[in-house]
Write a protein of this length. Structure first.
Ligand SMILES: [Zn+2]
Length: 433
């Protein structure tokens, strides 16, 4: 059924309309100024006082990390491996499909309220590997209505064959524009030479999704295990295909960056998480100089992505000693790169409010305190809204998934179920010690 949002400010990083309308079903059908609005549409939403934007893409997260919130474990890490051992690996090895599903529902709900309509996830669950990506899909896509790209973090910690089967099954399932898949690998540091060979033989030019050089430890272990650096190691195994998602990439030398460029991969930066783990910062300028596509994720540290753009900006200013290190033009490129990447992976057109693009739209209350036009709209967005992006209404593929800040299903019950699932998980973790 045709719907319309009218009387709204509309901005898609290319065009700004002061008082406009957008008509859509599953895709955008028409957009323009209100003085040209002649469409006969039954389902009309008054967007007066709202800014309508394309929904945001979250470039890298771990949905299961939701259940770390409030969990107090003995924590005294000496290095990055300790952070994994003392926290994340204690959690993920106790996850089963039921916990995964509940984490997906609450994570996607919060992400949606923060303006995200597409999530790219990196998942691990030790108790149940098989069916875990379907559990995520049921939560994120079926229940909450977002788009989701899923993969399982293959690692020598788990049954490697089961990890491969789970990735393969999700890659090979039918994707209808709402789902996409990567071949998931945890990180070079948790993968033996035998495992990498086995993974290479099961890839059909599929893009991998892997943490790379998140800490120096990843490089040290690659030298030890394979007498080479991480990116060279992955490349030597033939694992870097177009659109592989390389996460973090903090400790890469110039030769490794050249390989990333040559293989046409994309890098997902998550500086909030890097600072939180006290591991280091990415070489943004060197990635940019090589025209390596960069997108932004949150690594599961929050359920938002707009704040991560601000964090990346501020961090690079400090790192380079100049507020020119990452400007609004760069933010623009990062956002467009995320839409281009997601459009290729989901095989639909995302990120513009113009005919033929998916109707993934968010409406955010915004009354500009200063004049707003096509030239400064991005500045309004970044400095006025990115610190606290709260969607009032949202559509994904034309389906209304949020209205008046509420989802159209029993959210209270779902969060109650999630708390119960989290308690069960925490009991397992405590029991294990
Ligand atoms: Zn991550």
């Amino acid at each position: 059924m045709k719907k319309a949002i009218i009387n709204a400010r509309i901005y898609d990083y290319e065009t700004y309309i002061e008082r406009g309308y957008v008509v859509f079903d599953t895709t955008v059908l028409a957009v323009g100024s209100m003085n040209e609005f002649t469409e006969d549409v039954e389902d009309v939403i008054d967007g007066d006082g709202m800014l309508v934007l394309p929904g945001f893409v979250l470039g890298h997260t771990h949905i299961y990390s939701t259940f770390a919130r409030g969990l107090a474990l003995p924590f005294n890490p000496k290095d990055f491996q300790d952070i994994l051992n003392q926290l994340w690996w204690k959690i993920d090895r106790q996850l089963d499909n039921d916990t995964t599903y509940h984490s997906a529902v609450v994570y996607a709900t919060d992400a949606l309220k923060n303006g995200i309509t597409t999530i790219i996830d990196h998942h691990a669950s030790g108790r149940e590997i098989e069916g875990s990506l379907e559990a995520l899909r049921r939560g994120v896509v079926d229940k909450v209505g977002l788009r989701g790209a899923f993969c399982f973090e293959t690692s020598d910690r788990f049954d490697v064959e089961a990890c491969i089967r789970e990735n393969r099954a999700f890659l090979d399932r039918e994707h209808n524009g709402k789902t996409a898949a990567h071949f998931g690998l945890h990180a070079s540091m948790s993968l033996s030479e035998t495992t990498l060979k086995r993974v290479a033989s099961s890839l059909d030019h599929d893009p991998i999704h892997i943490h790379v050089a998140e800490s120096e430890l990843d490089q040290e272990l690659a030298e030890k295990q394979a007498q080479t650096r991480v990116v060279e190691r992955l490349d030597r195994h033939g694992l870097l295909h177009k659109d592989a998602l390389i996460v973090h990439g903090l400790f890469l030398d110039n030769h490794e960056l050249d390989i990333l460029k040559k293989r046409d991969v994309t890098v997902a930066l998550n500086v909030g998480s890097n600072m939180n783990n006290a591991v280091g910062l990415p070489r943004y300028q060197e990635l940019k100089n090589r025209n390596i596509p960069i997108i932004v994720g949150n690594d599961g540290l929050s359920t938002s992505v707009t704040n991560e753009y601000l964090t990346l900006m501020q961090t690079m200013h400090l790192k380079e000693g100049t507020p020119l290190a990452l400007g609004l033009d760069d933010v623009h490129t990062l956002i467009e790169t995320a839409y281009d990447y997601a459009s290729r992976r989901f095989k639909v057109k995302l990120g513009k409010i113009k005919p033929g693009y998916e109707a993934d739209l968010i409406a955010v209350p915004y009354d500009p305190p200063t004049p707003m036009d096509a030239h400064n709209a991005l500045g309004h967005l970044v400095y006025g809204l990115f610190a606290s992006m709260k969607a009032h209404t949202a559509f994904v593929g034309g389906r209304m998934v949020l209205h008046h800040y509420r989802v159209p299903w029993n959210e209270k019950r779902a969060f109650n179920d999630a708390r119960n699932a989290a308690q069960t998980l925490w009991n397992r973790i405590t029991k294990e010690g």
